[in-house]
Design a binder for this molecule. Structure first.
Ligand SMILES: [Zn+2]
Length: 219
């Protein structure tokens, strides 16, 4: 129980303060995708293990042992948070509605078949508790009705030989669907690549740049 309390404060600090920190902002912009229209909003947030390291590494009140504990716990899994919301006309005006996403959400494999999420009994007990007791309530506190309306989907992220199925630092692709809407990530994540520096004026560019856009030299 004490461990859970420590983790609650750790995770809470991450979410509250991560907005102010540049490096975690960059990765958040990449791992969160939102599709909006006038009357609907769909959101898919992939939370790779690397996110926890970046979000927690500069916190004075968090030890590296605590960071490692959370990373090790989440690392065997692919964790995706998703929500489907709409605005509907009602008697009293526009009404914010949370749509059931459990059946409309899908993680797709390379053949575009739906990957089944893990059952709770197939997931480490501590991970289930961290997600149900800490993460889900936090989303509610931070994002109100949007936050309480999200679902957390958990998938296996190891093949039979122990390799990661999805590695945000390597070439690959992550594709998910909410209803008919496709949410796609091309990997590696740029925020996890080392920045490149122009040899002429030492200006830094994102890691996926091949040439300096000002001088044309190879980076
Ligand atoms: Zn340059």
């Amino acid at each position: 129980m004490k461990k859970i309390l420590v983790l609650t404060s750790v995770l809470f600090t991450i979410f509250v303060f991560s907005q102010e920190r540049q490096e975690s902002e960059k990765i958040i912009q990449e791992i969160q995708q939102v599709k909006q229209s006038n009357s609907s909003m769909k959101l898919v947030w992939w939370i790779p293990t690397e996110y926890w390291q970046i979000a927690m590494q500069k916190q004075d009140n968090i030890t590296q042992a605590q960071v490692d504990y959370i990373k090790d716990a989440f690392d065997p899994y692919t964790i995706i948070v998703a929500g489907d919301f709409s605005l509907e006309q009602s008697f009293t005006g526009l009404e914010f509605k949370v749509n059931n996403i459990k059946n409309s959400f899908a993680l797709l494999d390379e053949k575009s078949a739906k990957v089944p999420p893990l059952k709770e009994s197939e997931i480490d007990e501590m991970v289930v508790r961290m997600i149900n007791d800490i993460l889900k309530p936090l989303f509610g506190q931070m994002l109100g009705k949007t936050g309480t309306g999200v679902e957390v989907f958990i998938y296996k992220n190891r093949n039979s030989t122990g390799q990661k199925l999805l590695d945000p630092t390597k070439k690959g692709e992550l594709r998910t669907k909410v209803g008919a809407d496709l949410f796609k990530w091309t990997l590696p994540l740029v925020s996890l690549m080392e920045e490149k520096t122009c040899s002429i004026d030492q200006i830094k560019f994102p890691g996926n740049y091949l040439y300096c856009p000002f001088h044309g030299n190879k980076l």
